[in-house]
Design a protein around this ligand. Structure first.
Ligand code: NA7
Length: 552
């Protein structure tokens, strides 16, 4: 470790190492935060549970894992060198490309020396007398810092339903979000894929190419939009490099942080024929362009949504040859965009293969896992391998795994028992100097753009604190309450509340308090809200020494 290690005589723990900042997590967000503190001359160390960096792009090595954002915008905007030197091979980056990109960035900026791998943080405690955080690692070591950054990942805690008999299964089983680095041997096997969210949808077509048979256990069909991936040419890469300033400017203006122009078109602006043509063009353009370059009111106007939803159903019926299978694949109980739409790489086409079948578990659920397979009702489906593509405990899920104690020993787990509460998705009341990246209540959208906004804000906040001799900061209760009201208002303006068991609202985890986990008001308005929070005399925050403000 190259970071500053000065034994802190005044700390209660002799072995405590003192730093300016501690970052938990070395994924895309944690690495960016590490860079921010280093570039400001602060001593910082990152702690990562995995043996290597990458976060999402370390763990999700399942067949077909890719970004759903166009690769050149799923990248760091802060580094001109990275933009100049890195070549994106395809429109949508594979897991391997993303991992290689993050390794390249780490090499270029010297990040690895400041990361402790294989190190899970089990606790983090704030001390009001010193205004510092002490973290404890699972192997019992302690480190202290004025600032704590939790870059725990938006979707990093895999969820596996508590199926009866799960431990009896005699075959191999894998969780997509914890895919073994040595890979999984699926060749010639009978494979079950449980789950048809973005992950299952990416995995099925590739698993089908090697497996003897694939049974896709589907509870809720999704609106799968065609990705239309392609290999980038040198010419396209040069164009992207040349246009990067405009690309990032566009992404920052876009509600979800994508470098797409607004459609500037609503349902009533066109004839039914034109409407159809626009949707066809969006379908051909691929990716989320179908949602965002066609009509601006697809997720807010029920009629515009109904037309787009029916359009996708027609496409499914046209692609899938067996009418019964096509009907099962057609979503009918939720509108397009109320659950996060997956991008497919020949997903619907996979159901035209002889070796792929759909098992409908919408009415009759999976009743148990047996030694030989999966039982639905009275029917046992015998398989050699089970792949759980059953999602994540999003947003707040990873926070429950660390015993985080703020002012007065308050436990974050308890503070958030009935729903996460933050200001701007960046800080929580009673947890001074703790900054969250891609945490609950941060904006929903293209992650690198959201991360850049958050980290820039954190860097400016820390600079401001140092310049004004503020040594502790935390949001006021009123600011936290207002942020929650704002989140709820924006979510309710859309089709989101109609999404059955949506992870965006915490609805996919049995027992989790349903709540709006993200800000859907747009990345642009989010950045403005962040800017405003740093101006206006930091009116949203208590500042100073926390023991002075603890009673407020
Ligand atoms: P998702 O989108 O949460 O999908 C999980 C899938 O697992 C979904 O189809 C669920 O069906 C299914 N599921 C969960 N529990 C069960 C049970 N008990 N029985 C049958 N099926 C079940 O997670 P992903 O990993 O695919 O995607 C998460 C995000 O990662 C994605 O949106 C991208 O942003 C990246 P349900 O819909 O609940 O009926």
């Amino acid at each position: 470790m190259a970071h500053t290690e000065t034994p802190g005589p005044e700390t209660p723990h002799e072995a405590t190492r003192r730093l300016d900042a501690i970052v938990i997590g070395a994924g895309l967000g944690g690495l960016r935060a590490l860079h921010e503190f280093r570039s400001k001359g602060l001593s910082v160390a990152a702690f990562e549970a995995a043996p290597d960096l990458g976060g999402t792009w370390y763990w999700n090595r399942y067949p077909g894992a890719r970004t759903d954002s166009e690769s050149w915008t799923y990248a760091y905007a802060f580094s001109q060198e990275l933009q100049d030197e890195w070549d994106w091979p395809e429109r949508f980056a594979t897991q391997a490309d993303m991992y290689a990109y993050l390794c390249f960035a780490a090499e270029k900026h010297g990040w690895r020396d400041h990361i402790e791998f294989d190190t899970r943080v089990s606790a983090a405690t704030f001390d009001e007398t010193t205004n510092r955080w002490t973290i404890t690692t699972q192997d019992g070591r302690q480190f202290s810092a004025q600032f704590l950054v939790t870059a725990l990942g938006l979707l990093s805690r895999p969820y596996i339903p508590a199926f009866a008999g799960i431990n009896d299964f005699q075959g191999d089983w894998f969780v997509t979000g914890r895919w073994p680095s040595e890979g999984a041997d699926l060749a010639g096997k009978r494979v079950a894929v449980i789950g048809t969210g973005a992950t299952g949808v990416q995995a099925v077509p590739l698993v089908a190419k090697v497996a003897d048979h694939v049974s896709v256990f589907q509870r809720t069909p999704n609106f799968v939009l065609p990705a239309r991936n392609y290999t980038l040419t040198d010419f396209e890469r040069e164009q992207i490099r040349r246009d990067y300033d405009e690309i990032w400017a566009m992404a920052r203006r876009h509600p979800l942080g994508y470098a797409f122009p607004r459609a500037n078109r609503r349902r009533g602006d066109v004839t039914p024929e034109e409407h159809r043509q626009v949707l066809e063009a969006g379908w051909e353009a691929g990716g989320f362009r179908f949602l965002y370059e066609t009509f601006d009111d697809i997720t807010t106007d029920p009629e515009a949504n109904a037309i787009a939803s029916e359009f996708v159903r027609e496409k499914i019926r046209a692609i899938v040859k067996d009418p019964a299978t096509a009907e099962l694949l057609c979503p009918k109980d939720h509108p397009l965009g109320s659950k996060r739409p997956p991008l497919g790489h020949f997903y619907y086409e996979a159901f035209n293969r002889e070796n792929v079948e759909i098992v409908d578990v919408s009415r009759e659920p999976i009743s148990r896992i047996t030694p030989r397979g999966i039982t639905v009702g009275n029917v046992e489906h015998e398989v050699d391998v089970i792949i759980f593509a059953t999602g994540f405990d999003a947003g707040s899920g990873s926070y429950d795994l660390i015993d985080i104690r703020g002012r007065g020993g308050q436990a974050l787990r308890e503070a958030w028992a009935s729903g996460a509460r933050t200001h701007l998705g960046l800080m929580a009341h009673a947890f001074p100097n703790m900054f969250m990246i891609s945490g609950p209540q941060s904006p929903f959208g293209n992650i690198p753009v959201v991360v850049e906004a958050a980290v820039t804000w954190i860097g400016r906040c820390v600079e401001r604190m140092r310049a004004s001799s503020i040594d502790a900061i935390e949001p006021r209760r009123s600011a936290v309450r207002e942020w929650h009201e704002r989140l709820t208002k924006f979510a309710n303006m859309t089709v989101l509340p109609q999404g059955t068991r949506s992870w965006m609202l915490g609805g996919n985890i049995p027992g989790k308090a349903p709540d709006v986990l993200f800000y859907f008001g747009g990345v642009g308005t989010y950045v403005k809200a962040c800017d405003a929070a740093l101006e206006n005399d930091l009116a949203d925050f208590h500042t100073g020494r926390v023991r002075d403000t603890a009673a407020v």
